[in-house]
Write a protein that binds this ligand. Structure first.
Ligand code: 13P
Length: 268
């Protein structure tokens, strides 16, 4: 039986004081919930405050990205040991908003800015392995764009992302990862993937994991992300292959996030 997980991805929202206040509210509402692993993935500068505020509760702090090297002359980067030192337990790796956004750019951004978001299949693999080696649980993201979906290539794209993310990992390492299926077209759009289709793709992902992990794929958690909200969470969480959510917008308010956690707890 897989323990459900509800992870909030706060993206580039909340300064330190706002983050502390939101974490405090979430702890007050669901901080004693034992049936769900609850993660708050906050901006780097907020992590210290969030980790302190959640200390002693069932809520953990997570980062949104990590460098694959422990230390060195890499201006602007943050490493696994640094995240661990402030009490971080998880890190999101390969979110589509960091994987070059698959070319989904705001129209007014010149091409020169596109390279600022630079993750690809190789960096995702390196980051995930560095996180595992240093004691963080990576939440590895995958998902197709709307064009890829329309072209009928969803499964090929997602399969490729998952296989690449697992390259050179041991079975034990793969088993220590969390995966998140986030169709790019459903992120921040209000357009949720139909629950049975999200379940199908998550099941397909589990099949890919099973190719690399002899018998443990049934124990690996696969989350859904993309416009998950209190009014659609039940339909998603009831799906057998969906073990939780990676949530953007609805994670920015304590009451709606708590609602998602409670819905996940019902399926435990
Ligand atoms: P939304 O829940 O805002 O669609 O964002 C999903 C997401 O990108 C989580 O990582």
């Amino acid at each position: 039986m897989r323990k459900p997980m509800m992870a909030g991805n706060w993206k580039m929202y909340k300064n330190r004081d706002e983050a502390r206040a939101l974490a405090q509210e979430i702890v007050a509402l669901v901080g004693a919930e034992e049936a769900v692993d609850i993660v708050l993935c906050a901006p780097f500068v907020d992590l210290c405050a969030v980790a302190k505020m959640t200390d002693g509760s069932k809520v953990s702090a997570g980062a949104q990205d990590v460098m694959w090297i422990d230390e060195g002359a890499y201006t602007g980067e943050v490493s696994t040991p640094m995240l661990v030192a402030v009490g971080c337990k998880y890190v999101i790796v390969g979110h589509s908003e960091r994987r070059g956004r698959f070319g989904v750019w705001p129209k007014d951004w010149p091409e020169e800015l596109h390279a600022v978001f630079m993750d690809n299949d190789v960096s995702v693999n390196w980051k995930a392995r560095a996180a595992l080696a240093g004691g963080l649980t990576p939440i590895i993201c995958c998902g197709e764009t709307i064009d890829e979906r329309h072209a009928g290539t969803t499964d090929t794209i997602v399969r490729g992302q998952i296989l690449a993310a697992m390259a050179e990992m041991t079975e034990e390492q793969i088993g220590a990862c969390v995966f998140a299926y986030e169709p790019v077209w459903a992120i921040g759009t209000g357009e949720v993937c139909e629950a049975d289709e999200a379940n199908r793709v998550c099941g397909m992902i589990r099949g890919v994991l099973a190719e690399r992990v002899c018998c443990g794929a049934q124990n690996i958690r696969i989350l859904y992300g993309g416009s998950m909200k209190p009014d659609n969470v039940d339909g998603l969480m009831v799906q057998p292959e969906i073990d939780g959510g990676l949530v953007g917008g609805a994670a920015l308010k304590a009451d709606s996030f708590a609602c998602l956690v409670t819905a996940a707890a019902k399926t435990a």
